[in-house]
Ligand binder design. Structure first.
Ligand SMILES: [Zn+2]
Length: 536
């Protein structure tokens, strides 16, 4: 059966504490959701927020192929007439084909929050829906606090739905606004409503009891055909139902048609795109779309998935555009790393002894806090060194780095490096934008006479993570440096108690890698590394 989706990442999602989007971000997300096949994109509350008002005026330029842009707002205020209500006016001004309008269905709210009678509340609902219908809009009536309202006074809650329906509402959406309803109870209430109302019923769940996705699925099982939620579960307090999981569950487990199997393969990239714009890391363990959703670490699991991936995977990862990953860790058997190296024909080129040594080195580095899955450059270096143990490019004699600040002027960092290279001892001094840049310049100068072509590479990102935060400034730090040439990018890693020393290790690994790549061009290694470190 076709199940319609309404994404409210741009409205309810932005009510999440850490979530904020610029108007440009919102436009880009709306476009992306349209491409994914979402049916309704709720863009904001034009009557309450100037940024949302601007969004709707600029959204007229969007060329949405499928999705219906939806404006959100409340029923008219009790003190205003329908003609003079600024919120209703702003909803129509937004110019969207669909409007979500929320009204009270809980007697507690009507009496205490609005201070009006039941009859007055029903008039607010029907007049507002009627007005929006008179202007030719598709209307979704969001029955706010419906489940709490139904438990408190079912007749009252149902009369509110009836008023909306009579006034012409196209969709009656039952909202678990406080997110406090458990699945069994919610299911029973939806079934009761389904008996009394024909037409499209919707569900809007919050995650305060950690069952928002389960509740949305249960509602569909009771005959709801319109599901609201947010990408990555963003939203007020503990978030809304995570639409990624809802879509995947409905498509893959219940065989409903939501966005279609073909578009489902874009689910992971869409979730990551939105997380990127929200500037929030996508949780690794997010169901279906997280990096770890199909990552195998335990040695037993790995040897089993090598035979048949269904042994430890509930769906094929490609169906939602994710990928299987085999991890290396001190938990795993040797199967994990050899799996990747074998796939690319590298394992056969290593002696039994060299394989064991490579694995031991990797385990030791991970124990020290190196994160090789996030540092494909360092991993590639280890593999290349195992294949070519004879290469040795340089030794460090000494390095020195100092940063001077005087008054309010910008700081100045100078480094001096002395290296022993094949053609002799070289020293260089350079000034850079900070210590890493200064050391990098020195290293390249020292090596330039022996290896003139190493200067193609740029440093593009630099990240520091404290490994034992409880130890304060004495804690070890992990430095990840990202590099890029005109073709691709990679990351190297260093760990130390001293942030400069950790950076130095990451820097030296990057330089050694460049040199070994120059001497030994071997594309199968690049492929194995890409596969192992994918998606970081
Ligand atoms: Zn909500």
């Amino acid at each position: 059966m076709k199940i319609f989706t309404l994404d409210t990442t741009l409205r309810d999602g932005t009510q999440g504490e850490a979530v904020s989007f610029t108007v440009e971000d919102k436009l880009a997300i709306a476009q992306k959701l349209d491409e994914l096949g979402i049916d309704y994109v709720e863009g904001g509350w034009p009557g309450a927020n100037p940024r949302d008002k601007e969004f709707f005026s600029r959204a007229r330029e969007l060329k949405l192929k499928h999705a219906r842009l939806t404006a959100f707002g409340s029923t008219r205020f009790a003190k205003n007439t329908i003609d003079r209500d600024p919120n209703v006016h702003a909803l129509l001004e937004a110019g969207t084909p669909t409007i979500s309008v929320f009204g009270k269905t809980w007697d507690l709210h009507t009496k205490h929050a609005l201070g009006i009678t039941e009859e007055e509340n029903l008039v607010l609902i029907s007049e507002t829906v009627q007005r929006l219908k008179d202007h030719g809009r598709e209307v979704i009536f969001d029955a706010e606090h419906f489940f709490d309202g139904y438990r408190s006074n079912p007749a009252f809650a149902l009369r509110a739905l009836e008023a909306a329906k009579k006034a012409g509402s196209d969709i009656l959406c039952l909202c678990d606004t406080n997110g406090g309803t458990l699945t069994g109870q919610l299911s029973e209430i939806v079934a009761e409503v389904r008996k009394r109302f024909d037409g499209v019923l919707g569900i809007h769940c919050h995650n305060d009891t950690d069952v928002a996705v389960a509740n949305s699925i249960a509602a569909v099982e009771q005959g709801v055909t319109h599901v609201q939620g947010c990408f990555n579960g963003y939203g007020e307090r503990c978030g809304n139902a995570n639409l990624c999981s809802v879509i995947a569950d409905l498509e893959l487990k219940l065989n409903h048609e939501v966005i279609g199997k073909e578009k489902l393969a874009n689910l992971t990239s869409t979730a990551r795109f939105i997380a990127e714009l929200a500037n929030l890391p996508l949780p690794n363990d997010q169901a279906y779309v997280g990096r770890s959703a199909f990552a195998h670490k335990g040695g037993v699991h790995v040897s089993a998935i090598l035979k048949d991936s269904a042994t430890y995977e509930h769906v094929p990862p490609e169906t939602i555009g994710n990928r299987q990953r085999v991890l290396l860790s001190d938990l795993s058997g040797r199967a994990n790393i050899l799996y990747k190296l074998k796939q690319h024909g590298i394992a056969d080129r290593l002696s039994e002894e060299a394989r064991r040594e490579l694995l031991e080195r990797m385990k030791h580095l991970e124990f020290l806090g190196y994160e090789l899955e996030a540092a494909e450059g360092t991993f590639e270096l280890l593999v290349r060194e195992a294949l070519h143990p004879g290469f040795h490019f340089f030794d460090l004699v000494s390095f020195d780095v100092s940063t001077k600040m005087s008054g309010s002027r910008a700081s100045k960092t100078t480094a001096t490096v002395t290296l022993k290279v094949q053609d002799g001892v070289h020293s260089a001094t350079a000034t850079g934008h900070g210590p890493v840049n200064a050391l990098d310049l020195c290293l390249r100068q020292c090596l330039s006479s022996q290896y003139p072509s190493i200067s193609d590479v740029r440093l593009t990102d630099y990240k520091v993570r404290v490994l034992e935060p409880k130890k304060g400034t004495a804690a070890r730090v992990r430095v990840l440096i990202e590099w890029s040439d005109h073709r691709r990018s990679w990351t190297t890693v260093g760990v130390s108690e001293n942030v400069i020393e950790a950076s130095w290790h990451a820097l030296v690994d990057a330089i050694r890698l460049e040199l070994i790549r120059l001497v030994e061009k071997d594309e199968s290694i690049e492929k194995a590394v890409e596969d192992y470190c994918w998606g970081v």
